[in-house]
Design a protein around this ligand. Sequence first.
Ligand SMILES: *Cc1c(COP(=O)(O)O)cnc(C)c1O
Length: 341
Amino acid sequence: MTRRTLRTAAQLVTAGLLPSDRAAEAGRVAGRYTVAVTAAVAALIDPTDAADPIARQYLPSAAELIEAPGDRSDPIGDQRLSPVKGIVHRYPDRVLLKPLLVCPVYCRFCFRRETVGDAEGTLTAAELEAAIAYVAARPELREVILTGGDPLMLPPSRLRALIDRLTAIPHIETIRIHSRVPVADPERVTDALVAALKAETAVWLAVHVNHSRELSPAARAALARLAGAGLPLLSQTVLLKGVNDDAAVLEELFRALVRNRVRPYYLHHPDLAPGTAHFRPSLAEGRAIVKALRGRLSGIAQPTYVLDIPGGAGKVPVGPDYRHEDGTVEDWRGDRHPYPD
Ligand SMILES: *Cc1c(COP(=O)(O)O)cnc(C)c1O
């Protein structure tokens, strides 16, 4: 097994991950959206299974070239809400800070697929200063969310320097990092990286993981190093057709996350990113799946099912709803009980 990240259709075919008759389509997709499959992820793919849920998340397919009506290049309005390069400011108390736009892998359903993958998107020192100055000048901000791209792709010394700068801003109470690295490239979670994340200001880490098979022994060891350093760990999962749109698959994932000290935070309904319609279940399907988990799974293993409203209005829970018009509430078995409100 090669240790190199695979980035072209030819490399995916040579590695035995894609049949050669899919090379041409994969090449066309790679010309449009960035492709990268790390050695750790390649090792999880079963090339003999045409419906492999890991392959479906990471290997390019011709369906990505089909744009559905309603698909948008900037599904949740990042650009409109960006006052300074690298900052997205939607809510009163928190902002996103995107120090770079590269990731260890490129998910085929990524909502930022039109912007990620560009090494030129890394903020220059001056741009990063301007982004930090924006945060420092606004005392109403309480939280900075580092995302991108994947912030854990930064060298530990640069990450440390950024966290130190944010820690020095008195009104910033929490720093949150969203990352695919512990799953997609667990060897990057070195002692130096873990040390860079230990700060006086609370640093919360939200790991993006969509299937229990992504929690390989190496990924679990990476999570153990992070949890062992005292970092609170959260997860976010995207509900994806053909990957995890099944209550049993999600049950296994959320149980595995809790076992590994990760609290499931959000289950995202997929965004309207271009060429991703084949990944999107309906909201009704999503609600039925989430409903099936209630009662079957500990409360600490239940994320909130959310939709990021297209255009940038924000994330909202989308059910299921257990209150009914007839003044009853429904229990986890489906029985209804009157509740005078
Ligand atoms: C998702 C998002 C957040 C974080 O939302 P939470 O509900 O706090 O997880 C903040 N700002 C923007 C612009 C976002 O897209």
